[in-house]
Design a protein. Structure first.
Length: 182
């Protein structure tokens, strides 16, 4: 029988469990938990530091830390966007000078029309416009970073984008708007 801690550790390995090193580790978990059978009649327990689950967990902890440390911050299970934002603010390259954005060549006609309106009205620092409907132009994803959003809550930021786009939005099935302040 495997304890709850070992089950959590095993579940934390996820896809890694198919790799040979992870399989060996899981076999170690199984044998470590089998070597000391549980008995409900004994009232004496081994010291907490010597119990197989805790000893095993202390061996697994560096492996799990190493595994998550190698992931990019956006893929780490417990990283927050606030930490990533602070890292970006700390880097000098993250604060670009006010300049006009270069329009990508890969934009469709609908995407280009949206791009032009947003750049003309909101002067964004970053802008991504994508047709996420499969090419028919009925749904768009807009990711925009503009100084004009400073001091506005998220709802007002999105209403500002919708106001700039005006009647164009009424012709679409949907739009996904992500707004940020530089």
């Amino acid at each position: 029988m495997i304890c709850r801690t070992c089950l959590r550790a095993r579940a934390g390995l996820g896809a890694e469990a198919t790799r040979p090193a992870a399989r060996r580790l899981l076999q170690t978990i199984s044998t470590a938990t089998r070597t000391q059978p549980l008995s409900s009649s004994t009232s004496t327990h081994p010291p907490l530091s010597q119990s197989p689950p805790l000893a095993l967990f202390s061996r697994l902890q560096p492996l799990l830390r190493q595994r998550t440390a190698s992931l990019p911050p956006s893929r780490r299970p417990f990283s927050s966007s606030r930490v990533a934002a602070q890292e970006q603010e700390a880097s000098p390259a993250a604060t670009p000078a006010t300049s006009t954005l270069e329009k990508p060549d890969s934009l469709s006609d609908g995407e280009a029309q949206i791009w032009d309106r947003l750049v003309g009205e909101l002067e964004p620092v970053e802008l991504v416009v994508r047709d996420i409907s499969g090419g028919c132009g009925s749904m768009y994803m807009i990711d925009i970073t503009s100084e004009r959003f400073r001091g506005l809550n998220m709802l007002k930021q999105q209403r500002t984008v919708n106001a700039v786009l005006g009647d164009m939005v009424k012709e679409w099935h949907g739009v996904r708007v992500n707004t940020r302040v530089p």
